[in-house]
Ligand binder design. Structure first.
Ligand SMILES: NC(=O)c1ccc[n+]([C@@H]2O[C@H](COP(=O)([O-])OP(=O)(O)OC[C@H]3O[C@@H](n4cnc5c(N)ncnc54)[C@H](O)[C@@H]3O)[C@@H](O)[C@H]2O)c1
Length: 361
């Protein structure tokens, strides 16, 4: 097992990482100095696989654990679910000294984290992420949120976890599409901050998984430590997301998030190349690596529709689109100044038209 530390101005917490460490959770959380009453928030699918061993470990260490399940799926990442959680926390006797343990992917982590951030003005919470995306990204950094009917992650807070327990053995039960989503974020972390991680992925793929998770996490930790509340540099973690979200939206979410991020990173690289900002090896290496992981690099869609959809995204600043542009593998810049024709050129490069739908001349 390895211990990584997240050091922030107001708090420091540990990330414990290893294969099969779920059974050590009780002893690890004793070290985190939590109160004795815990609400274990999870969903039915994850609970069936991992709640029992986690509960057994927590109970053996002396914690009183009350399991609380929420429905599975992004559509339940809402204030209504949070409201239900408050009721269940009250019924479980959760007080300010108690804690919430989130066992699941990013949806459980974000929802349970937001409930913990707001219940009784904030109680401690612990992340036990079970998807690759949650392990390398959403469980660390303290961003917690739920969706609003009109915007994703609109209602949220910064609430850092007291500890993060990452057992890479749980990734074996993930469906391939959920694994791919995490791989897209890992490639993103390589492009924005770690040439060594990117090279490792090129040479060895995503193996060994615990090493790849550790290296990807190291990038996230470094960025979060520099800018805990996203006032500046933390925005680089949105590499590929402005275009990615727009691609997801115009395809009515048939393109999943990880695929959107992959396509968005390719678009950002085309923009950086057009602006003369990007080393020539970035695009071919990125295309090859995404292809190796079965991630798409283009989408069958209307580039004009993608362009319009970008303006619905809340990451634009005062009407300007913001892009994270690769300069080299491991280095990016933030720009609010990409000219419209450069954006449109990049969108033309990442879109294909369905010729079967074209009217023959
Ligand atoms: N807070 C942040 O900083 C941050 C960052 C990135 C993404 N997010 C959020 O994360 C969410 C996406 O998270 P996700 O990709 O983990 O999706 P998810 O939480 O929906 O999990 C995907 C599916 O995998 C299942 N699952 C989870 N662990 C499993 C396991 N070990 N074995 C088998 N099945 C398992 C879940 O039940 C679910 O059906 C989005 O809501 C996004 O907004 C948050």
């Amino acid at each position: 097992m390895e211990t990584l530390e997240v050091r922030l101005p107001d708090c420091t917490y540990n990330i414990w990482l290893g294969e099969g460490i779920l059974s050590l959770a009780g002893d690890l959380l004793l070290k985190a100095g939590l109160g004795r009453t815990l609400a274990l928030v999870t969903n039915p699918a994850v609970a069936a696989l991992y709640a029992a061993p986690l509960e057994a470990s927590l109970q053996a260490a002396g914690f009183a654990v009350r399991r609380v399940t929420i429905a599975d799926g992004e559509q339940y990442k809402t204030l209504a679910t949070v409201d239900d959680l408050y009721s269940r926390f009250l019924a479980a006797g959760l007080e300010r000294g108690s804690a919430v343990v989130a066992l699941g992917g990013g949806v459980v982590g974000d929802t349970a984290g937001f409930a913990a951030a707001t219940y009784m003005r904030g109680i401690p919470f612990v992340q036990v992420p079970t998807t690759l995306l949650a392990q390398v990204d959403s469980s660390v950094g303290g961003k917690v949120a739920v969706d609003h009917a009109r915007a994703k992650n609109l209602v949220g807070a910064f609430h850092q976890p007291r500890a993060v327990i990452i057992d890479t053995a749980v990734l074996r039960t993930l469906l391939p599409q959920h694994l791919r989503c995490g791989l897209a974020e890992i490639v993103k972390h390589g492009v924005l901050g770690s040439p060594a991680l990117f090279e490792h992925l090129e040479r060895h793929g995503a193996e060994p998984m615990d090493r790849v998770v550790r290296e990807a996490l190291a990038v996230k930790i470094r960025v979060v430590q520099q800018d805990p509340e996203e006032r500046g540099v933390r925005a680089i973690l949105n590499l590929g997301h402005t275009t990615g979200h727009a691609v997801e939206a115009v395809t009515s979410y048939r393109v999943p998030h990880g695929d959107g991020v992959a396509i968005g990173m390719v678009a950002a690289t085309h923009m950086a190349l057009a602006l003369g900002l990007c080393a020539p090896d970035v695009l071919p290496r990125l295309l090859a690596l995404l292809g190796r992981f079965g991630l798409p690099t283009s989408v069958e869609a209307d580039p004009n529709a993608i362009y319009e959809a970008m303006f619905a995204d809340k990451k634009k600043k005062e009407g300007r689109l913001r892009f994270i542009l690769p300069q080299a593998i491991g280095s990016v810049i933030i720009s609010d100044q990409v000219p419209e024709e450069v954006v449109r050129l990049a969108l033309a490069r990442i879109t294909t038209q369905d010729i079967s739908k074209e009217v023959p001349i």
